[in-house]
Design a binder for this molecule. Structure first.
Ligand SMILES: C[S@@+](CC[C@H](N)C(=O)[O-])C[C@H]1O[C@@H](n2cnc3c(N)ncnc32)[C@H](O)[C@@H]1O
Length: 233
């Protein structure tokens, strides 16, 4: 399918998803982000053509986040789409920190597509994650630079790369340049083999830039079966 056609399908799916969710009783999802994330996956399984990060991969990521010490407080996500994974990161942080999540625990999810941003903001509100999950409109690099300049992001516990693979490496390096990684931070990237992010993989597998005093990466690749490729830590 040509790229323009695919974008049109994604736009249509986002509208259909809005209708599917908001035609149900709000009580199905109020204060229940996991129920909402599951409903998005059910919709995606029925309709197809939904580039969401599915439950199986989320379970792998959750295991890594739960094991993090100190516990994760700041998550960055590059690529919001319909908010499936952003809701899941918010739900995980609530599972880790308890329902009254401290103010300095936040998910920032970035997407330049205003339709996806508007839908995800409505979904975040529906399931009670406002104040915890922030949907920021624009290319991830611009959004992140602004958040850092405003003093809203000073450190990153986990960054999730799930936008266009050609941006994975430069956005990872931006986090490095902004000195946001701490020892034990996680970088999680989806679809690194297919469609593929070879430059990103080569860089992290080499351990980083190799410059003295620079961030050092350790990697682990996890293969999952599905329509898109494996997840890489
Ligand atoms: C694979 S989808 C994200 C799926 C989402 N994480 C989920 O699980 O539901 C990719 C998204 O990345 C967005 N995108 C494209 N370029 C971007 C950029 N430079 N920064 C952030 N997001 C970008 C696209 O608009 C698209 O919505």
């Amino acid at each position: 399918m040509a790229d323009n056609n695919l974008q049109a399908v994604f736009a249509k799916r986002a509208e259909e998803l809005r209708e599917y969710i908001f035609s149900q009783p709000a009580s199905n999802f109020e204060n229940n982000p996991w129920a909402l994330a599951d409903a998005i996956e059910t919709f995606a399984n029925e309709k197809g053509h939904m580039m969401i990060f599915r439950a199986k991969k989320l379970a792998v990521a959750k295991e890594a986040l739960v094991a993090q010490s100190p516990a994760p407080r700041t998550i960055l996500e590059f690529g919001t789409f319909v908010g499936k994974s952003a809701l899941a990161w918010g739900a995980m942080l609530r599972d880790i920190h308890g329902e009254n999540v401290p103010e300095d625990v936040n998910v920032y999810t970035f997407d330049p597509n205003p339709q996806m941003v508007a839908l995800t903001r409505d979904l975040v509100k529906l399931c009670g994650l406002e104040g915890l999950v922030h949907v920021v409109e624009g290319p991830g690099s611009e959004c992140l630079n602004k958040l850092v300049a405003e003093g809203k992001v000073t450190s990153v516990d986990m960054a999730f790369f799930d936008h266009w693979e050609k941006f994975y490496l430069s956005d990872l390096q931006l986090i490095e340049e902004l000195k946001l990684w701490r020892e034990g931070s996680l970088a999680i990237a989806d679809n690194t083999d297919m469609p593929g992010a070879p430059d990103y993989l080569a860089y992290v597998r080499a351990g980083g830039s190799g410059v003295d005093g620079a961030v050092k990466y350790e990697t682990k690749s996890i293969e999952t079966k599905g329509t898109r490729g494996p997840v890489s830590f």
